[in-house]
Ligand binder design. Structure first.
Ligand SMILES: *Cc1c(COP(=O)(O)O)cnc(C)c1O
Length: 415
């Protein structure tokens, strides 16, 4: 199989350290760089795995990386969008998507926000019985997708596992009788069934098991147009790392889906909502080493960034592969890579990295998903610039912030 691990070895199709160093020189550091070719190849790999399914729809999960230029790129390669807030819906429309290419999957938002999304004409996905009842009573003619919680334990860290019994996401399959009564009483039109069991799913059998639950739920509805299996594909973080076997999943789920479609007796679209899978490996975060500090027990490399720019290691222990692109062939030593935020701010402990000198550029891999989109201005730092690497050129897609950006919306007291 075409393991995407090849991104960790020299590959002429992927960005090279030299190109990244040049981009940092041109656009400054810290800097986010996204490789358009990698996004395209992930998209192609996913669609190829499901080529036996007649109607396949990929809804890119905007929250992973929401720069408008990235959304435009997604549109150009044929993707649709999965959104979780009205602002993401608006970004999608601004990027040129039409409403019917956008699914809106909120959790715990106000009823007014759901109505606003419906007004904009996007596909509504409801994950709460009381909201369903309210919405169905008020807007019975608006087609609605239902988010089911199949109660399948999946996913890595507990913060990203969302399908278990006590999860706040989805309508429990144990509430089916109540759900069906609401649909019948309101006369509302259910056009899709959805699940999203969490991130970093390794065992495709678990995924297939959850799919069977979705099929079972689907048989209760006669007017479905699509089944949305969410996402949660695990991507590799280092050479030889484990990842979801997309080809195997494609083979098995396609076969099962096609059989179900025949039994269902109506054309159905198979949908996915990948975030990480499409953009994680496309991203590189570049930061400069300000200080190398030797203590009694370790060598620290302190960079010109912190968890304000890349919070995943501090938030849920993500292990981003780090390389010294200023000295890629240097002798490896052990380092703790830390940020400049004035509290614990550790990117990596005890990592083997090619010898680091002050001023060197470090490159963090897998910096496409949930990195810039989670960045903040903590410590009153500017958010980094973002660059899209496309056709051998670096295109600036977000300017580095300035002091004016920090002050924007702040109101000074009268002098
Ligand atoms: C976050 C999210 C996704 C994307 O998950 P990934 O692990 O990044 O692929 C898909 N669907 C929904 C509803 C989400 O909330």
């Amino acid at each position: 199989m075409c393991g995407s691990n090849d991104s960790f070895v020299a590959n002429k199709h992927l960005m090279q350290p030299k190109e990244l160093v040049q981009l940092a020189e041109e656009f400054g550091s810290p800097l986010y760089v996204y490789d358009a070719a990698k996004i395209q190849s992930q998209y192609n790999r996913l669609t190829a795995a499901f080529s036996k399914v007649e109607r396949l729809r990929i809804n890119y999960a905007v929250k992973a990386l929401s720069n408008v230029a990235i959304l435009q790129l997604m549109k150009s390669i044929g993707s649709c969008l999965d959104t979780v807030s009205i602002q993401e819906v608006q970004l999608g429309l601004h990027a040129g998507f039409s409403p019917h290419q956008i699914i809106y999957t909120p959790n715990g938002v106000s009823f007014e926000e759901i109505e606003e999304a419906a007004q904009l004409g996007v596909q509504i996905n409801i994950d709460n019985l009381s909201v369903l009842e309210h919405f169905g009573s008020k807007h019975p003619s608006v087609p609605v997708c239902i988010r089911i919680n199949p109660h399948v334990m999946a996913g890595g860290h507990s913060n990203i596992s969302v399908g278990h019994i006590d999860s706040k996401f989805g309508i429990s399959i144990h509430q089916m009788p109540h759900l069906l009564r609401i649909v019948e009483n309101t006369g509302m039109h259910i056009n899709g069934i959805h699940m999203h069991t969490g991130s970093d799913i390794l065992d495709i059998e678990v995924f297939l098991y959850a799919a069977e639950i979705l099929f079972e739920v689907a048989t209760h509805f006669k007017t479905l147009d699509f089944l949305d299996f969410g996402s949660g594909f695990k991507v590799p973080y280092k050479k030889d790392d484990i990842e979801t076997d997309i080809e195997e999943l494609g083979k098995k789920l396609s076969k099962r889906f096609n059989a179900f479609e025949k039994q269902y007796g109506r054309p159905l679209t198979l949908a996915f909502e990948p975030g990480k899978y499409l953009v994680s490996e496309s991203g590189f975060f570049l930061a400069k080493v300000n200080v190398v500090k030797q203590t009694t027990s370790t060598v620290f490399a302190g960079i010109d960034s912190g968890f304000n720019h890349l919070i995943r290691p501090m938030l849920y222990g993500s292990q981003h592969f780090i390389e010294n692109i200023s000295n890629p062939k240097g002798k490896e030593r052990f380092y703790s890579v830390v940020g400049y935020i004035c509290e614990t701010d550790t990117f990596a402990n005890n990592r083997r990295i090619a010898e680091i000198a002050e001023g060197d550029l470090l490159c963090f891999r897998n910096a496409g998903a949930y990195c810039f989109s989670m960045a903040s201005n903590y410590n009153s730092r500017y958010k980094p610039a973002e660059v899209l690497w496309k056709d051998g050129k670096g295109i600036l897609i977000r300017e580095r912030e300035s002091f004016e950006d920090l002050l924007k919306n702040q109101i000074r007291l009268p002098d």
